[in-house]
Every structure is written in structure tokens, then in C-alpha cells.
Design a protein around this ligand. Structure first.
Ligand code: ATP
Ligand code: MG
Length: 357
């Protein structure tokens, strides 16, 4: 769990199914930027998992990997401090996935609420590949290959991380002979190989998207796959156009303009991103009483979001001009990540009595 400088390790990542959006920022990315001084950070780009829903779009996945690496750097991840790496180049992850798949009962996998939500929200119907069901197991391997202490993620990942905790306990009990009554925090002390990782949620656990709610009345989470996002790389005109067309309160009575704050992305966004808390509280009150229009509140939000996104966008434009640098970040990060993951695999095989020479 610690490196030579005695720093605790963290591991997290993103699937290259598009560029990073505001949900990523407040769900996980911000936390990563803050933690990189004090923790040994590993950030994985899950390009193998992108194939679970985009197996017919290899070019898109390729471009998306580059985009996400650039988004990381633009958001302030520093490759001198943090390790950015490619999932497909870490063979130990694939090998561990196979072994871990024996430790997760199939019905347990199907009870995972995130899997059910994704099948519904991404319209996968009955046509998702077997690999789609395998990806949560793969994610357990992504995490445990690095034996981190913390995993900073958004709320939708919590069920997956619970599986990582279950697999770690089971592995430690079966192959390292740790007593099943052991407290989570004590597994390593008692001879276990894998830590029972802790989830670290961002300041917004689940940022909603800019679109209308689903049939159940709930707003969707902002998601790369749902086209309801504002990207960290959107230009000012795009931010303006997206905010102006953002879903607000449809029940707002035209005559009185009384509006509801709850379940309203306009106010969720102001609360999350607007640093002027006094304005937000006053404006919410006026909105409830029909004293302020949608357009005025949206214009404020545009200013706030453009001020947040523009510096990242400027840095991105610089990085886009230097693909050699981006490649070197990925190559060096992946080489470093491989050393750690390969070592974990050796230790796992040793515990499973599968080393013969
Ligand atoms: P996809 O639609 O392809 O699933 P995504 O937008 O859900 O993409 P992921 O790559 O699945 O993004 O998630 C990367 C990380 O960002 C995870 O830790 C996830 O919990 C977090 N995250 C994604 N969307 C949000 C959101 N709307 N609010 C908070 N955190 C989020
Ligand atoms: Mg997702």
C-alpha cells in the first residue's frame, strides 16, 4: 500500500469512451489533483473496457485515449508526481481478471446495480457482450493489481468497489489463510496480500447531466455515453449553447415564474460550481418566488463555467501540439505501472501455489 517514500497508494481511472466532463471533475479528478502531492498516484486509462460497449469503434477508442491523457494534464495531473498508464499494456491485469472471476458468483455479478443501470441507460438491451459482464471483474483486477489504500471515484462506482473489497477478503482468506473474522483494516497485518480498499468520493458524488429526467422522474447522471455533458474541453460558445438549452423546471408557471429548485440541473450546477454562495442563496429564493428568470440564472452559470473551463481548455490546446510528449507520458507511466502489477501477480501466484520454478 506504500511506496519507498512511505506514501500511501491510490488508484483510479476512466474509460476512454469520450472526453472528460464536469462530472469527472467533481466526482474524482479534482480529488486526484489535490491528492497527488501526498499520495503515490496511479491513473489508469481503461481502453480494454471501452471495447465492452464500442467494440466496433477502435478509431474512436484510440482518439479517446489521447483525449483523456490530455484532459488529465490540462486538469492539473502532473506526470512527475502521478503515473498515467494504459490498461491494455498491463498483462498482469488480464491474468488477475481470470483468477478473480472464480471468486465472484455469477448471481452476485448480476445483482450489481451499476450493471443494471448501465444496461438500461446505455440502451444495451439483451445484446451486450459477455465481456460487458466481465468488466466489473476486470475492474477488481485493475484496482487490486496495484494494492492501493484508496480509490477516488464517483458514486456509480461504489458497487464495483464493494466487489473489489469482497474479492480481496475472499482471496486473503482462501489463499493467505487470513481468519474470516478479521477486521478490514487488519487484513494485511494478518498476512493477507490484498488491502480491503477504501472508497474516496468527490465533493459531488453524482453530478447530473444537462438533459431531462428519465421515465422514473430521476435525472440521469452526467455521462460520456448519454450526450448530456459539458466537457472540460468545450469552448465558450459550446458552453453557452449547452447551458441555454439545459433542462430546468418545466412546471414553472409562465404567469408567475415560480420555480422549483429540487431536481433542477440549473440549481444543482450553481450549487456545485458557483463560488458566489451568497448570490446563489438569494437567487434561489427569488427563483422560488418567481422573481428571477431562467435566462438570467443561466447567463450567470455560463460565466461561472467558462471561467472554470477556459484555463483547462487553453492548456489542452498547448498539449495537443505536442503528441510526442503525450506518448512519452503514456509510455513511461505504463512501464512504471507494469513493474508494480507484475510483482503483485507473482505474489498472487505464490499465494495460489502456482509457481513451479
Ligand atoms: P461512460 O458513459 O462511458 O460510462 P462516464 O461518464 O460514466 O462514461 P467513466 O469513465 O465511467 O465515465 O467514469 C470515470 C470516473 O468518473 C468514475 O470514478 C466515475 O464514478 C466518475 N464519474 C463519471 N460520471 C460522473 C458524474 N456524473 N458525477 C460524479 N462522478 C462521475
Ligand atoms: Mg461510467
Amino acid at each position: 500500500m506504500k511506496n519507498q517514500q512511505n506514501k500511501l497508494r491510490i488508484l483510479t481511472g476512466d474509460t476512454p469512451t469520450g472526453r472528460l466532463h464536469l462530472g469527472h471533475l467533481v466526482g474524482s479528478l479534482e480529488n486526484r489533483v489535490l491528492m497527488q502531492n501526498d499520495y503515490d498516484c496511479y491513473f489508469l486509462i481503461a481502453n480494454v473496457h471501452a471495447f465492452t460497449t464500442r467494440m466496433d469503434k477502435p478509431d474512436d477508442i484510440h482518439q479517446s485515449v489521447i483525449d483523456i491523457a490530455i484532459d488529465y494534464l490540462a486538469a492539473g495531473i502532473d506526470p512527475q508526481k502521478s503515473t498515467i498508464f494504459l490498461q491494455s499494456e498491463i498483462p498482469a491485469i488480464a491474468e488477475l481478471t481470470f483468477f478473480f472471476s472464480m471468486l465472484i458468483p455469477y448471481p452476485r455479478l448480476m445483482r450489481n446495480p451499476t450493471i443494471k443501470d448501465e444496461i438500461r441507460d446505455k440502451g444495451l438491451g439483451d445484446n451486450y457482450p459477455f465481456g460487458f459482464l466481465l468488466y466489473p471483474v476486470g475492474q477488481v483486477a485493475d484496482i487490486l493489481a496495484f494494492r492501493p489504500a484508496f480509490v477516488p471515484v464517483g458514486e456509480d462506482q461504489v458497487p464495483h468497489l464493494e466487489m473489489a473489497r469482497e474479492v480481496a477478503r475472499r482471496f486473503n482468506q482462501l489463499y493467505c489463510h487470513v481468519d474470516p473474522h478479521t477486521e478490514d483494516a487488519d487484513y494485511l497485518k494478518k498476512g493477507g496480500l490484498f488491502p480491503i480498499i477504501e472508497v474516496k468520493l468527490g465533493r459531488s458524488h453524482r453530478l447530473v447531466g444537462i438533459g431531462a429526467p428519465g421515465p422514473d422522474g430521476n435525472l440521469y447522471k452526467m455521462s460520456k455515453s448519454l450526450n448530456n455533458y459539458i466537457l472540460l474541453s468545450d469552448d465558450s460558445d459550446t458552453v453557452q449553447q449547452k447551458v441555454m438549452s439545459m433542462y430546468t423546471d418545466p412546471k414553472r408557471l409562465k404567469s408567475t415564474y415560480k420555480g422549483s429548485i429540487e431536481n433542477n440541473p440549473l440549481w444543482i450546477f450553481h450549487e456545485t460550481f458557483n463560488p458566489d454562495k451568497i448570490w446563489v442563496e438569494e437567487a434561489k429564493e427569488r427563483y422560488r418566488n418567481g422573481m428571477i428568470g431562467d435566462v438570467e440564472c443561466k447567463k450567470r452559470l455560463i460565466e461561472v463555467l467558462v471561467a472554470l473551463i477556459q484555463p483547462m481548455r487553453q492548456r489542452r490546446l498547448q498539449y495537443e501540439k505536442d503528441m510526442n510528449y503525450i506518448q512519452s507520458v503514456l509510455k513511461e507511466g505504463t512501464a512504471k505501472a507494469n513493474v508494480l502489477a507484475a510483482h503483485t501477480l507473482i505474489l498472487a501466484k505464490e499465494a495460489m501455489k502456482q509457481r513451479y520454478y
